[in-house]
Write a protein that binds this ligand. Structure first.
Ligand SMILES: Nc1ncnc2c1ncn2[C@@H]1O[C@H](COP(=O)(O)OP(=O)(O)OP(=O)(O)O)[C@@H](O)[C@H]1O
Length: 258
């Protein structure tokens, strides 16, 4: 039986006070299972980034709990909190966030260096990831010498170098053209299948979402709908079409993705 990695329980987040208050998250409950590739979709302002920021411990929820393998992340302090942020979760940002003065290899090997992981161990993992992500040829280039797609694949290797329990991806295809977005999604999907890496991805992009095994749609801080890819009978194209239909119902901000 697969393990529950993340357990989000009745999560609420309010910004501001009184009449100026925004209920960004208004009671969100869901679980992420080991090896799952879960997408979070919703129109602009629906609460997706707030949710990701709560999981990343960048902000504190107003109410509710987030458990990682049964441990309440809201109680993590000091070393445990640093381990959670630095090792137990991996983060993939829309704008790559690579350090410009380091090569691809150095960027990827930064997390193991920070966490005192033996160099050999980091290099072994790097080799595996570089092959999956097809970045062997660009490891010694600087970010300024890479294309957007290459930067994001290097950033993906950095997010996964310490084999985190879950990878949080915030609009990872947002700054990529269609071809590079497809290539990135194929590689993330491969890593998800081959290594059973658990991925939680926020996206506006219906194409990117069609690589997920399940999608939660958020509206006004609540879960509005859930779609699950039907294996093996449903093709990715059929899943994509079902995603489009839900996004059309969500209206508003979704219009620009259709
Ligand atoms: N720091 C903040 N202070 C006040 N209100 C905020 C803050 N951050 C977000 N909000 C509000 O909370 C709601 C949810 O915002 P959030 O950024 O989580 O949405 P989102 O779904 O990620 O949107 P987008 O797709 O545009 O990035 C919005 O109404 C937003 O204006």
């Amino acid at each position: 039986m697969k393990q529950k990695i993340l357990d989000i329980q009745s999560l609420k987040k309010n910004y501001g006070k009184g009449s100026n208050q925004t209920k960004a998250l208004n009671g969100i409950t869901f679980q992420v299972i080991e090896g799952e590739f879960l997408g979070i979709m919703g129109s602009s302002g629906s609460g997706k980034t707030t949710l990701l920021n709560c999981i990343a411990t960048a902000i504190h929820p107003t109410e509710g709990r987030i458990l990682l393998k049964g441990e309440d992340i809201g109680r993590f302090k000091g070393r445990r909190l640093a381990d959670y942020r630095g090792k137990r979760i991996g983060y993939l940002f829309q704008n790559f966030e690579l350090l410009d003065n380091l090569t691809g290899r150095e960027n990827i090997l930064l997390p193991p260096a920070i966490h005192n992981i033996p160099e050999k161990e980091g290099n072994v993992r790097l080799k595996v990831l570089a092959e999956y992500l097809e970045i062997e040829e660009i490891l010694d280039k600087f970010p300024s010498q890479m294309s957007g797609g290459q930067k994001q694949r290097v950033a993906a290797a950095r997010a996964m170098i310490l084999t985190p329990e879950i990878v949080l991806a915030d609009e990872p295809t947002g700054a990529l053209d269609t071809k590079n977005a497809k290539s990135l999604m194929e590689k993330l999907s491969l890593l998800n299948q081959e290594e059973q890496s658990t991925i939680l991805m926020v996206t506006h992009d219906c194409n990117a979402a069609s690589y997920c095994s399940r999608i939660l749609f958020i509206q006004d801080g609540k879960i509005f709908h859930e779609l699950r890819r039907k294996y093996p009978q449903e093709s990715q194209q059929q899943f994509y079409e079902r995603i489009l239909m839900v996004m059309a119902q969500l209206g508003g901000g979704s219009a620009n993705v259709l």
